[in-house]
Every structure is written in structure tokens, then in C-alpha cells.
Design a protein around this ligand. Structure first.
Ligand code: FES
Length: 177
């Protein structure tokens, strides 16, 4: 007796086609959903054409923005900024980063200095200069405000770029360019 071969029914083919289409739709949706996630974790270009860099820690490792933003409001986080210069980032009350970074480099003779949260000032231990939270001189001998840099969050990274426009604290051309 001749064995009959299974013949795929038309309804089976339609089901397979439907499964395929459903799978393709799921894959497309998942891909679209994952794109921003992937973008979030892929480090951007480390050095931009404008001379900007991605903030790193003291060991040269890129610091995720989420790590800095997990700090409480009012925190001054020190990162390696432009040309590796230590730069203070400020966490604002709304949990975002202040768009100005402040160079940890006293304009008197170049000492580094801590943030004093009790006095709300940067206080240089070398000769006593003091600066307000935005880097204006409160007490000398420092002659000039602290150098600024632009700070932007890109995905999960922090980009620091040179500040070449008018210094908003003085209304003048920045002294550092
Ligand atoms: Fe800061 Fe002299 S280096 S006060």
C-alpha cells in the first residue's frame, strides 16, 4: 500500500505566516525599544571636535552619569575634566547637574582646594582665598574667578567642554582664553 505523504494544509501555511509576521513585529518593537538603551550604554566619542571630553575618575575610568547623579543634592563631585584638570560638578536641588563645571585650581597660585559645605564656599588652604558656589572670589588673595567649563549629560556619560563665551559671572570675556 502506498504511504501518503503529509500535505501541508493551506490553513497551516497561513498560521506559519501569521507567526512569522507576529515574530517580526515583536522583533521590530523590541529593537526600537532597545535602541535608546543601547545608546545609553555605548560610550560616546571620548574627545569631541570642540575639544570636549568625557568625565573620568582619578584612575582614568569613565564615570557613569548615574553614579554622579546618585549623590545627594548639593554634592560637589570631583572628576578629571579638560586636560585632566580636576573639575567640580555640582548636583542641583532637582537632582540634575549644574551646567557649569568649576576648575579645582586656585587663581592665586594654583593650589587645589576643597568644598566647605558648612560655609557654602570653596576654600583654598594655601593662602586663604575663598570662592562662592559659582566660583566668584569672596576673599583674596585670589585675583580672578575660578575657570568654568560646560557640563552636559549624554546618555549615561558626562561631557565637559571648553567655556569660550562670555563669563556669566563677570559679563566679560573669560580670562582663561
Ligand atoms: Fe589659593 Fe594662594 S593658591 S590662596
Amino acid at each position: 500500500m502506498e504511504e501518503s505523504l503529509p500535505i501541508e494544509s493551506p490553513s497551516m501555511s497561513r498560521r506559519q505566516l501569521l507567526n512569522f509576521l507576529t515574530g517580526a513585529a515583536v522583533a521590530a518593537t523590541a529593537g526600537a525599544a532597545l535602541y535608546p538603551v543601547g545608546k545609553f550604554f555605548i560610550p560616546p566619542k571620548e574627545v569631541g571636535e570642540d575639544g570636549s571630553i568625557i568625565a573620568k575618575d582619578i584612575n582614568g575610568n569613565i564615570i557613569p552619569a548615574s553614579q554622579i547623579l546618585a549623590e545627594p543634592p548639593g554634592t560637589r563631585a570631583l572628576v578629571a575634566g579638560l586636560a585632566g584638570e580636576p573639575t567640580y560638578l555640582t548636583i542641583r536641588e532637582d537632582g540634575t547637574l549644574h551646567p557649569w563645571g568649576i576648575a579645582d585650581n586656585c587663581t592665586h597660585l594654583g593650589c587645589t582646594f576643597p568644598w566647605n559645605p558648612n560655609d557654602d564656599q570653596f576654600q583654598c588652604p594655601c593662602h586663604g582665598s575663598r570662592y562662592d558656589p559659582e566660583g566668584r572670589v569672596v576673599r583674596g588673595p585670589a585675583p580672578l574667578p575660578l575657570q568654568l567649563a560646560h557640563v552636559n549629560v549624554e546618555g549615561n556619560y558626562i561631557r565637559i567642554s571648553p567655556w569660550t563665551e562670555t563669563d556669566p559671572r563677570t559679563g566679560k570675556k573669560p580670562w582663561w582664553i
